[in-house]
Design a protein around this ligand. Structure first.
Ligand code: ME8
Length: 639
């Protein structure tokens, strides 16, 4: 994979504030671009804003601003959001940039001069009569409308519009475009979407309008300045204007003709990208893009995100809650990239706890902790390697290969699976080797090998996960006293890159556990997530459950839910904080034998340290503690 890589997101309408839908496409493109860089492939990542439209014109009038003032302010919201999400785009294109406008005029001139394969002018003047939805910025046909005659997306009646327009003779290019798609010269991914596009050809497609008479805020049509470029002939060329179409042929050659060109889009704009865009490029004598990847659309709590429903989640909100790196991971990994899905904040918390706090962060803490005593908190030396280490190494190498393949097929989930797989493999290895027992038995040599292998494996994860979580991985690499930035994915294939004797600086958990908000999950979701979260017996064995006796109980001031419990587990006394105050009074708890998870990382709730978690059953508003009705002593193990 040496060919350069050029990846784009849609350019977003500036009249909307950036939300996690826009974030989804942008993070996906960013992650894929960063992976390519890690593979040593030169990459260019483009995003930007779509700023000419009736909507902008109208919104500016309403706000008493000029359109320029409005778009400048709103484009900045997108730039700010991308900064928060640690997006590293190479260029931010705005359709109101002079450079873009000139490129669009050049492109339209090329179309105007072009002759179709059947010998007709590619652009012609005509009259357009149709039903236009201002919200969608497009004409709708009768069959697009709801039964009530409304736009299905905006639920408003489309306007009836009639005016002089210039048209692009799409119909003359359809056979060529269809062949490009059928033969994968323009690859439409995932493949179900390819079938969907091919289905559009069967339904029939018409020439489309490339200009508007009524608009004032737009790029003037060079051969008829009274007309402004219609949204798609203005927006789509952003992919070429940003890399020098018309003003920097060398750069354009490099990225458009020399690189693998990938457009990441949502399904709402499939037809324009898969059919209109290649057809216009053919007319303008430029090559079509190589791949168009149509990712899924998500709903929030089962509903489309919309201002009126008040369920729009901004990128900032997510970053504030989870931090940039974790948001990037969660956003992309709640459901497969190519399919639609639903997201819930509590689902995010569960996924975070299961993957990042448990499988990843906990492994880091557990292995770092065990280096303390015998090795003074330093990277231990390897002793003799056994078949277990060799098998683990092979298995990590196969995950690294998978990571590469998944990125090449533009599947960011597959890449995340591959590094989470390595975490799980390392956990299994760690648990099967029982390093805590080796420490007790004084088998320092073997303990060193197990810990060193695990730490090296964790370093491999820090390479593989870097494009998703650059800051966390940098932090982790600093903990492991290795170069903060990995140079190449190849580093993930080696198990001997740490420097023996260097200090492991882990002061606090890399991914501290989050308290999961309680929700009334519909039964179906609960079942689905149970299937998704099937764990092995080894995973279960990692959770230590013991009987504890409640000694003292105190309510946590200024909360309704929290109480502080002093408990005894065998000889050991501990403090835990639990959210059960609405269900139990202190009197009801003292003296009870309860079930506690004892090997959780300590957490702070309202500033109070909690060293363990009690188990309770709940349904709806009801909650009951799991208690032991037996004379077994506290400290008894549950297995
Ligand atoms: O269509 N789930 O801009 P736009 C996933 N300017 N992705 C989502 C999403 C959701 N719920 N909501 C939005 C336009 N998106 C044009 C594009 S390109 C030459 C011109 C993402 O602001 C998804 O990528 O309406 C979708 O295609 C895009 O935002 C639409 O952005």
């Amino acid at each position: 994979m040496s060919r350069a890589f050029y990846i784009t997101t849609p350019i977003y309408y500036v009249n909307d504030r950036p939300h996690i839908g826009h974030g989804y496409s942008t993070v996906a493109a960013d992650v894929l671009a960063r992976y390519h860089k890690l593979f040593g492939v030169e990459s260019f990542f483009l995003t930007g804003t779509d700023e000419h439209s009736f909507n902008v014109q109208k919104a500016a009038e309403k706000a008493g601003k000029t359109p320029r003032e409005l778009v400048d302010a709103n484009a900045q919201f997108f730039k700010d959001a991308w900064k928060k999400l640690k997006i590293e785009n190479n260029y931010f294109v705005r359709t109101t940039d002079e450079r873009h406008k000139e490129a669009v005029q050049r492109f339209i001139t090329k179309l105007h001069e072009a002759t179709t394969p059947d010998g007709k002018p590619a652009v012609y003047a005509g009259e357009y009569k149709g039903l236009y939805c201002v919200g969608c910025e497009k004409f709708l046909t009768e069959k697009d409308l709801t039964e009530e005659g409304l736009c299905p997306d905006h639920l408003v009646e489309p306007e009836s519009l009639s005016e002089k327009n210039y048209f692009f003779r799409l119909t003359s290019y359809l056979d060529q475009v269809k062949e490009l798609i059928e033969t994968d010269k323009v690859r439409i991914l995932p493949k179900e979407r390819k079938n969907e596009v091919l289905g559009l050809f069967k339904q029939g497609l018409e020439d489309f309008s490339i200009s508007r008479e009524k608009a004032t805020w737009g790029v003037s049509i060079p051969f008829d300045p009274d007309q402004k470029a219609y949204v798609w002939v203005d927006a789509l060329p952003n992919y070429i204007s940003a890399i020098g179409y018309g003003d920097d042929r060398d750069t354009f050659e490099k990225w458009w003709n020399g690189a693998r060109v990938v457009h990441i889009i949502g399904k709402d704009i499939l037809k324009f990208h898969a059919i209109f865009w290649p057809a216009m490029l053919l007319a303008a004598e430029e090559k079509p893009p190589d791949t168009i990847y149509i990712h899924g659309y998500f709903t929030v709590d089962g509903q489309k995100m919309s201002k009126s429903l008040g369920n729009v989640i901004s990128n900032e909100e997510l970053v504030e809650r989870f931090g940039a790196d974790v948001s990037r991971y969660l956003m992309l990994n709640m459901f497969p990239f190519g399919t639609d899905g639903d997201i819930r904040i509590d689902g995010f918390c569960r996924k975070y706890n299961a993957d990042l706090a448990n499988d990843f962060g906990n492994l880091v803490s557990r292995s770092a902790k065990l280096t303390k005593k015998p090795f003074g908190g330093k990277v231990p030396p390897f002793g003799e390697l056994t078949g277990d280490e060799k098998a683990l190494h092979e298995s990590i190498k196969s995950s690294v290969r998978k990571c590469r393949e998944q990125v090449e097929s533009l599947n960011p989930n597959g890449a995340a699976d591959s590094f989470m797989d390595v975490c799980r493999k390392l956990n299994r290895y760690f648990d099967s080797q029982k390093p805590w027992a080796l420490a007790k038995q004084g088998k320092t040599d073997r303990l060193g090998t197990v810990l060193r292998t695990t730490l090296e494996g964790i370093r491999c994860v820090s390479v593989m996960a870097y494009p998703y979580m650059p800051n966390k991985c940098r932090e982790l690499r600093e903990i492991l006293a290795t170069d903060p930035v990995p140079k190449s994915l190849d580093e993930a294939e080696s198990l001997e890159l740490l420097i023996e004797g260097s200090e492991i600086k882990l002061d606090s958990p890399l991914f501290p556990r989050l308290e999961e908000p309680k929700t009334d999950m519909p039964e179906t979701d609960a079942k689905e997530s149970e299937v998704d979260n099937l764990i092995s017996i080894d995973d279960f064995a990692r959770v230590q459950l013991k009987i504890a006796e409640v000694l003292e109980v105190e309510k946590v001031p200024r909360t309704d839910k929290l109480i502080k419990l002093q408990i005894r587990i065998g000889e050991e006394k501990r403090q835990i904080v639990a959210g059960i105050a609405e269900h139990y009074t202190p009197d009801q708890l003292i003296g009870k034998k309860i079930v506690v998870v004892t090997n959780l990382q300590p957490a702070k709730l309202r500033g109070i340290e909690s060293n363990g978690m009690l188990l309770a059953a709940s349904e709806g508003d009801k909650l009951a503690l799991l208690t032991l009705d037996s004379d077994l002593p506290s400290g008894a193990t549950i297995s």
